[in-house]
Design a protein around this ligand. Structure first.
Ligand code: PLP
Length: 399
């Protein structure tokens, strides 16, 4: 098919040409005296991204899921209890992994479309007088429903309950797009990956571990080997890895971190909010559809999950958009399969790229029989972007 594929799934995101070019490198000796320059550029750049001075960023050859496993198996003992709110496919999968790895999982069932219920987390922590809960698992951005939750409030709830549990945060679809503050929010393990806000192919598990988590890992007895934090920390200290790292991915990561730094992290967050607001204008004002997120304060700046009317099959819509218009949209997962479609708006994006996704979605929706005012989504998004600037959007949000 002529022309570019329009990739608007919420990961993998579009890889900028500059990053692609940076990855086209010959292999080199990862034990050479020159290698630490690349490794340390990545690790130091990640410290800025995670907003940490005391935490240790670690890079595993995996996707984000590997870092979920690393968090659980490094910091906990077999049979330890973890607490997690389940409100989408990703929080579900982390809970499921915890069970499968032999941990005891206390689940706060939460309607899909809502965010993390901080008060219920706190009530469960207060009720746990013997401090059996060893870790709180928290999904900052539930990619299945397009819902962002408040990590700072979770930290306050832990402190308010005077509970010593570790705080593990899934920031796979938030990091480098939505604000994240490792130190200020007292996060013990942040889990992310390369193929979302970092604008890289999948293949790196990107995580950050607090001093408290590393201390817990020293005595924790759950089995781990390949994902052992201690091995990684020890090698990283001199700029190396315990096993062969993927050099093109590290070159790409170094370039990605440089690009984020050039734009300025706060500007990156503002841009995501501004672009997301235009997409939401298309959905809500233009098409008069609903988002899966049940209230505006849950709206995610990296992905919009758009509810479809009864009788419209989301899977058929997505298949049609791909086949007819070369547009890749995100599907509804598990509980919401067929009921919604998702537009990912994270990473290397601007207004006109998103207008392509909105136009293609609009055509596909009409083709499968939805009654929409032609051009209504595009007009609403154009209007939003024409009357706001990325900087102004940030001020709106603060107000
Ligand atoms: C994408 C995603 C994951 C899974 O990450 P992989 O890199 O696919 O292993 C986990 N959590 C959230 C919130 C995600 O968006």
């Amino acid at each position: 098919m002529a022309g570019r594929n329009f990739l608007f799934v919420p990961g993998p995101s579009n890889v900028p040409d500059r990053i692609l070019r940076s990855m086209l490198v010959p292999m080199e000796d990862h034990r050479s005296a020159a290698f630490p320059e690349l490794a340390l550029a990545c690790l130091n750049g990640l410290k800025t991204l995670f907003k940490t001075t005391t935490g240790s960023p670690l890079i595993f050859p995996s996707s984000g899921t590997g870092c979920w496993e690393a968090a659980l198996t490094n910091c906990l003992n077999p049979g330890d209890r973890v607490l997690i709110a389940r409100f989408g496919q990703f929080s579900h999968l982390w809970a499921d992994m915890s069970t499968r790895l032999g941990f005891e999982v206390e689940i706060l069932e939460t309607p899909w479309g809502d965010g993390a219920p901080i008060d219920r987390y706190q009530a469960a922590l207060r009720a746990d007088k013997e401090h059996k809960i060893k870790a709180v698992l928290f999904c900052q951005n539930e990619t299945a429903t397009g819902v962002t939750s408040d990590v700072a409030a979770m930290r306050k709830a832990l402190d308010g309950a005077a509970h010593p549990a570790l705080l593990f945060v899934d920031s796979v679809s938030a990091l480098a797009s939505i604000d994240f503050r490792m130190d200020e929010w007292g996060v013990d393990v942040c889990v992310s990956g390369s193929q979302k806000g970092l604008m890289l192919p999948a293949g790196l598990g990107i995580t950050c571990v607090s001093a408290k988590a590393l201390a817990a890992a020293r005595s924790a007895t759950a089995r781990r080997c390949y994902f052992d934090y201690a091995d990684m920390v020890k090698s990283n200290a001199t700029g190396y890895f315990p096993y062969t790292p993927t050099i093109p991915m590290l070159c790409g990561l170094r370039e990605s971190l440089a690009m984020l730094n050039e734009e300025g992290l706060e500007n990156v967050f503002h841009r995501h909010h501004y672009l997301a607001s235009g997409v939401r204008a298309a959905v809500l004002q233009g098409w008069k559809l609903k988002l899966c997120a049940s209230a505006p304060h849950w709206h995610s700046d990296t992905v919009s999950a758009i509810m479809l009317p009864d009788g419209i099959d989301g899977a058929a819509l997505i298949a049609h958009a791909f086949k007819r218009y070369n547009l890749s949209l995100g599907a509804g997962l598990s509980k919401v399969a067929g009921k919604l479609f998702r537009i990912g708006h994270l990473g290397d994006l601007n207004e006109l790229m998103l207008l392509g996704a909105i136009a293609g979605s609009e055509m596909a929706m009409q083709d499968v029989g939805m009654k929409l005012e032609p051009g209504s989504g595009i007009a609403a998004a154009q209007n939003y972007w024409r009357t706001h600037s990325p900087g102004a959007a940030a001020k709106d949000r603060a107000a």
